[in-house]
Design a protein around this ligand. Sequence first.
Ligand SMILES: [Cu+2]
Length: 133
Amino acid sequence: MTVIWTPAVAATPATLQPATEVKVSLGNSANELKFFPSNLEFVAGKRYKLLLDNPSSQKHYFTAKDFADVSWTQKVQAGKVEVKGAIHELELQPGGEAEWVFVPMKPGTYELHCSIKGHTEAGMVGTIAIARN
Ligand SMILES: [Cu+2]
């Protein structure tokens, strides 16, 4: 049997939808090696603005390659720099902030981790679920 995946196409172009803001912190002021929250949920075809910050005193990464591969990135903004194109991970320095505007496309559950040596092992992991529209 062949399963053909068809993306859910909204009647309104995704770029014209207001973006739903979702905040995620990489670590915290106590330097716990976690994402807050660590389990994220999105709906396919909707537009989101992920607001990332790093309130800890060490560098972290938001690495979600498989999720990024099934999402359409409109832009990433960090400080005054705007990046367009494929994004697989974002590096946040202590006190850093970044915004990622995207539309998740393919339903499923994808992994999230911090790729700094030892952080994944310490529990700096999470999941990103994309629900069917
Ligand atoms: Cu980390």
